[in-house]
Design a protein around this ligand. Structure first.
Ligand SMILES: [Zn+2]
Ligand SMILES: [Zn+2]
Length: 121
């Protein structure tokens, strides 16, 4: 009797292949489709995470992030930064990755008084 971890399935059709020699290099021939499949029974079963495994809402969110424009980056997030023009201690901010990788991420601050500045370090 085989443990579940030692079962080998055809990579082409999913058919359960006949037992294994325990030799990781053996090839097993599928008797349904004839494909030769690597005998993986001696190895730990690898769980591959496919991109398609993500819930569609998550994927939608990811593509949203990828298509963000500069205007979309302007959020209502606030940060405790003092505006040098009016002294307000909370200003809105957003971050933006500049096109050149050398530039790093720049934080843009926008005060309600209209003063704008950014960190570029
Ligand atoms: Zn097969
Ligand atoms: Zn200000």
């Amino acid at each position: 009797m085989s443990a579940i971890g030692s079962l080998v399935f055809c990579t082409d059709c999913g058919n359960l292949l006949d037992g294994s020699s325990g030799n990781g290099k053996a090839m097993l021939i599928c008797d349904v489709c004839g494909a030769s499949c690597k005998d993986t029974s001696s190895k730990v079963v690898v769980t591959r995470s496919k991109p398609t495994a993500f819930p569609s809402s998550l994927r939608a969110k990811r593509s949203e992030v990828q298509t963000l424009t500069e205007a979309d980056m302007q959020t209502d997030a606030t940060i405790n930064q003092t505006c040098e023009k009016c002294g307000r201690e909370k200003v809105r901010f957003y971050t933006q990755q500049l096109r050149s990788a050398d530039e790093g991420t720049t934080v843009f601050y926008i005060c309600d008084c209209g003063h704008k500045w950014n960190t570029n370090n």
